[in-house]
Write a new protein. Structure first.
Length: 152
């Protein structure tokens, strides 16, 4: 039986809801690391992928559970996961830019000093965060679909 490859109209709702939720955890982790004075360890940002993984997996699980008749094909699942990664990346990168530019510029300078390359600005840090989220989202969404795809 051949299924038409239709985009599910609920994808943006899940991307916004779970992307915003994921960004809350990313921001909380960021603030906790700053409170613990860990901003001089830039490699701790790699733990962000676990929050992203959690958000993508939760979104796909809920996407699949909310409508048992829904055909969770690769395209719908992948776009849902990418939407979560993009929304959380945009919110978190905007937060980091705002935080390092206006709320705590001294913390931004401490992070800049800890970076292996010089000349990084809050805007460039925000762009890097967004790119990391999107690229990680591709990998996480692909991996998650191995669990949530419908098997014919």
């Amino acid at each position: 039986m051949h299924h038409e490859l239709l985009l599910d109209s609920a994808i943006p709702t899940y991307a916004l809801r779970f992307g915003a939720l994921t960004s809350v955890f990313l921001i909380a982790y960021f603030l906790l690391a700053g409170w613990l004075d860990f901003q001089h360890i830039p490699s701790l940002r790699y733990f962000n992928i676990f929050f992203l993984m959690g958000g993508v997996f939760l979104a796909l699980r809920q996407f699949h559970r909310d409508d048992q008749t829904r055909h969770t094909n690769y395209l719908n699942g992948f776009l849902t996961g990418m939407g979560v990664a993009f929304v959380s990346g945009v919110i978190f990168s905007a937060f980091v830019y705002t935080f390092f530019s206006w709320i705590a510029p001294e913390m931004g300078m401490a992070v800049q000093a800890a970076m292996p390359f010089k000349g990084i600005t809050p805007a460039l840090m925000s762009l890097i965060i967004l790119l990391e989220a999107v690229l990680s989202g591709v990998m996480v969404s692909f991996a998650a679909m191995q669990f949530y795809k419908n098997v014919e």
